[in-house]
Write a new protein. Structure first.
Length: 243
């Protein structure tokens, strides 16, 4: 049985300890999308550090139809925030690449989150900060993150928590219901996470925690995605010469 209160309290202590050891007095800098992950990560940091040490960065790519949810979060938490529209930066990179090198669709999809992470580090360095990763175990398990994009950061409070567990902590933290239960949209191609994945987070989370899954075809899909994306969860391979 998942003890949301215990895990929340342990995570808050862990965040405090991280900043004590790796940036005493530094600010937590978080990309705010208005979804459950950035909402819960920000709320955890507020409880750990105080709202005066948490900075949100909203990064729409042109028009973001649900950006009102992101504004609702920063207002709910009372944290300082900046809005940086990344569209011109994304367009500039795409247009700068020679026409002889047509970008594949996946490159176009992954470019915005990588530019967002560069933006977060620019803000973080300028505001004495540490960048908070907002990934969760469920998404990482099947590779549903962008390497050196949303998968980057200086600390990761939720990498070993499933979507179901993140939601439970979000409700415990008193976040608005809509922010915790909002249907997750990938922010890349406009589809919901579960539409892209082909299975529900409920099914995935149960499989991760218990090994139980009813649909063998879904199990095969999950296992294949997990195996193919394990490299995202590993340190960069480095050659070590014998000297």
């Amino acid at each position: 049985m998942f003890d949301a209160l215990k895990v929340k309290n342990d995570c808050v202590r862990w965040i405090r300890d991280f900043f004590e050891e790796n940036g005493k007095g530094c600010n937590a800098v978080i990309g705010i999308s208005g979804g459950k992950d950035s909402s819960v990560a920000a709320a955890l940091c507020v409880e750990a550090l105080g709202k005066e040490r948490v900075i949100g960065v909203l990064m729409p790519n042109g028009v973001q139809e649900d950006i009102d949810m992101a504004y609702r979060l920063v207002e709910h938490l009372g944290i300082e925030h900046y809005t940086v529209n990344i569209k011109e930066a994304v367009d500039a990179v795409v247009n700068a690449i020679p026409k002889s090198l047509p970008l594949c669709e996946q490159s176009k999809v992954n470019l915005p989150p990588r530019i967002r992470m560069s933006t977060l580090y620019a803000v973080s360095q300028s505001r004495n900060g540490r960048v908070v990763n907002t990934c969760n175990l469920s998404e990482d398990w099947v590779g549903y993150s962008t390497r050196y994009g949303d998968a980057a950061g200086d600390l990761s409070p939720m990498s070993f928590l499933t979507v179901t567990e993140v939601k439970a902590i979000g409700h415990l933290l008193g976040l608005p219901y809509e922010l915790v239960e909002k249907t997750p949209i990938d922010g890349l191609c406009g589809k919901s996470d579960e539409e892209n994945l082909g299975f529900s987070y409920e099914t995935l989370d149960k499989y991760i925690r218990t090994g139980i899954i009813d649909d063998l075809k879904t199990k095969e899909i999950i296992d294949k995605r997990h195996k193919a994306n394990l490299f995202k969860l590993s340190f960069m391979p480095c050659f070590k010469p014998e000297i």
